[in-house]
Design a protein. Structure first.
Length: 59
């Protein structure tokens, strides 16, 4: 009887750990998507900035 109870407790703990892992994975993926968007924004601004600098230097 105790063995079954211990197995149930272990199974519950494992399921909670799996659930937390899934949540953390989703949060990580969302953070990576946001970071990628911000990186693209920064790259766009840098291109504009360097084109402006290039135009000033060449003119």
């Amino acid at each position: 009887m105790n063995i079954e109870k211990d197995e149930n407790i272990n199974d519950d703990a494992l399921m909670r750990a799996i659930g937390k892992s899934e949540v953390l994975t989703e949060q990580h993926e969302e953070a990576m998507e946001e970071l990628e968007e911000e990186t693209e924004n920064i790259e766009g601004w840098l291109k504009v900035f360097f084109k402006a600098v290039k135009n000033v230097i060449l003119n």
